[in-house]
Write a protein that binds this ligand. Structure first.
Ligand code: FPP
Length: 278
């Protein structure tokens, strides 16, 4: 009896293995069974890499608090994560990476924290710009830059200028960005054209609105990632995320790794996007 059970268990295993071999013809199946084994090979083999990933980098403050450090230490650590995520995204074939670095609502934070956050682009770019250039990364920004301190604007402009001809992954930094602000701006632009008689109300359609948004030349994000367990959009790309897949993780942004990125991509690859169809 015991032998028989053992035999039948083995037999089922053999069938499963044979099936797996036939279906996958490689070691992908074994990787898929072990989340820790996610690697580039698997991500790229599955195909369907998201072209554009948007990330809400949340949880810096909590990360610092857990360690008994001031909130700004979390932002500093969070900044350090960006490089490796850009590198990994680029490696697996992501074309655009939009990072929410500062929102139009973040001005409400204590002055010292805002000042610190405003120093991060300078810090990041003064250290990393040579590497970004070498890796063919194109830096772009999205948001109302006129309200940023002069030193922040200068650092960002320099990076944008010096990487404009790069053809690799686009690193789009959302700085003083708010989606409602962006939509108001777009409506005003359209309104101006109506006042001038260039347009009529009946001409307003989705394409026209989309073309008046910031970074209208970028495709809409395929995948949105938000870290730290919060599940909301916080005024981020409301129009552009209409059909994006969302992936949330409890991991705090300073702890976010390449492995987490690959896990998000792998989940995306298993989703069926229907865009309202069947
Ligand atoms: C949200 O965490 C994070 C931010 C408001 C800032 C994100 C900025 C960076 C990660 C660095 C930006 C760097 C460059 C180069 C632009 P939180 O402070 O709201 O965290 P909490 O919810 O735990 O308080």
């Amino acid at each position: 009896m015991h032998h028989c059970m053992l035999f039948s268990r083995c037999y089922i295993d053999v069938i499963l293995l044979t099936k797996a071999g036939a279906l996958y013809m490689d070691d992908q199946f074994f990787h898929a069974r072990n989340a820790n084994a996610i690697d580039n090979t698997q991500a790229t083999k599955l195909g369907n890499i998201p072209e554009h990933i948007a990330i809400i980098m949340d949880g810096n403050g909590r990360w610092a608090k857990q360690k008994g450090l001031p909130r700004v230490a979390g932002h500093r650590e969070g900044m350090k994560v960006i490089n490796k995520i850009v590198a990994k995204a680029s490696e697996v074939g992501v074309r655009y990476l939009t990072l929410y670095a500062f929102s139009t609502e973040n001005w409400k934070r204590p002055k010292s924290e805002v000042e610190f956050l405003m120093k991060l682009p300078d810090r990041f770019l003064s250290k990393e710009l040579p590497k970004l250039k070498k890796n063919n990364v194109q830096v772009r920004t999205m948001g109302e830059k006129s309200l940023l301190p002069a030193h922040t604007q200068k650092a960002v402009q320099k990076a944008v200028r010096e990487t404009a001809d790069n053809t690799g992954v686009v690193l789009n930094l959302a700085l003083n960005y708010g989606s409602r602000h962006e939509l108001v701006y777009a409506m005003k632009e359209i309104g101006k054209d109506i006042e001038k008689g260039k347009l009529a109300a009946k001409d307003i359609d989705e394409k026209l609105i989309a073309s008046n948004l910031l970074c209208s030349d970028l495709p809409e994000p395929d995948l949105l990632i938000r870290t730290s367990g919060e599940q909301r959009l916080s005024n981020f790309m409301l129009w552009q995320l209409a059909y994006s897949e969302f992936w949330f993780t409890e991991v705090l942004w300073p702890d976010f790794t390449e492995h987490d990125l690959l896990q998000a991509i792998q989940t995306f690859q298993q989703r069926k996007r229907r865009y309202g169809g069947v």
